[in-house]
Write a protein that binds this ligand. Structure first.
Ligand SMILES: [Cu+2]
Length: 280
């Protein structure tokens, strides 16, 4: 104990500091448990690809929270443990030390190892999502334009077209491997269905594709996720995941509707000419 200090007072003050630190740690711990068991804010995945993304998200979030808690706790501990004792005059520095090489190697190597592990896990997830080795059971050509979407089922000869005033619906069967060919007619757009937890850009002149295996029945909102002009915010659509029989019924019904001229073999720039396509 230092001269001039009231014995009971100091102990009490230190005790209340630790109580505060304990409370903060408990809150962080509760958050950690919450994110470990829950989805950490991610939507409930409605596709096999989304399950993979959610798994990665849980790992990244848990790693971030664990490291965050560790760093915050160490900062808090050193601030409290090594704060200036009351009796030390202001401006008087504690004993100064030079570099600690083992410690510095330790805290350089550990983060490198962690980043390398997270990078490897991210690559693994990305490869799983980009994998197109399964045969496409349904193929859809998705074309984004200012400001709407065209969904063309080439094998079935069906086209669904919609714009900002009448957003279209992409109908797909549950459990099937749906191959989406993603095209842009004018500027860059981005195909994003939050419930699928996957997003892919659509770039003029670039032939992008994405396999989606829907796992849940229902209607899910989709949007353009790339600012593409003033009405970008109105560039929405829906995805309806239905039973295979209902999908066949949808196709049969659409095939009764007179379709517009066939697609332009040179690309997606034929949207404006498809005047007789049914808009829904
Ligand atoms: Cu767009």
């Amino acid at each position: 104990m230092l001269a001039g200090e009231i014995p009971g007072n100091h102990a009490l003050r230190r005790h209340s500091h630790w109580k505060g630190a304990g409370l903060v740690l408990a809150l962080f711990g509760a958050l950690l448990v919450d994110t470990g068991c829950g989805r950490g804010g991610a939507p409930e995945p409605a596709s096999a690809q989304g399950e993979n993304v959610l798994d990665l998200w849980r790992i990244l979030l848990t790693a971030g929270v664990v490291l965050g808690v560790l760093v915050a706790a160490l900062i808090l501990w050193s601030v409290l443990r090594y704060r200036r004792p009351k009796a030390t005059p202001a401006g008087q520095l504690p004993r100064q030390t030079r570099a600690n090489v083992p410690l510095e190697v330790f805290y350089t190597v550990i983060p490198l190892v962690i980043v390398a592990m997270l990078f490897g896990l991210t690559m693994r997830t990305q490869n799983r999502i980009r994998d197109e080795s399964d045969t496409a059971e349904v193929s859809v050509e998705v074309t984004g334009f200012q400001w709407g979407w065209r969904f063309r089922y080439p094998a079935q000869g069906v086209t669904v077209l919609g714009d900002a005033n009448a957003p279209p619906t992409l109908v797909v069967p549950v459990g099937a491997n749906v191959r989406l060919r993603l095209l842009a007619a004018d500027v860059i757009h981005s195909f994003f269905v939050p419930a699928f937890l996957v997003k892919q850009d659509m770039i003029p002149g670039v032939d992008n594709s994405l396999d989606i295996r829907p796992t849940a029945l229902g209607r899910f909102p989709g949007v353009c996720a790339e600012f593409c002009g003033l009405d970008h915010w109105r560039m929405t659509f829906d995805v309806e995941v239905v039973e295979p029989a209902a999908f066949q019924a949808f196709i049969a019904e659409e095939q009764q509707v007179p379709q517009g001229p066939g697609p332009d073999p040179n690309g997606p720039g034929d949207i404006g000419r498809q005047a007789s396509v049914r808009v829904r």
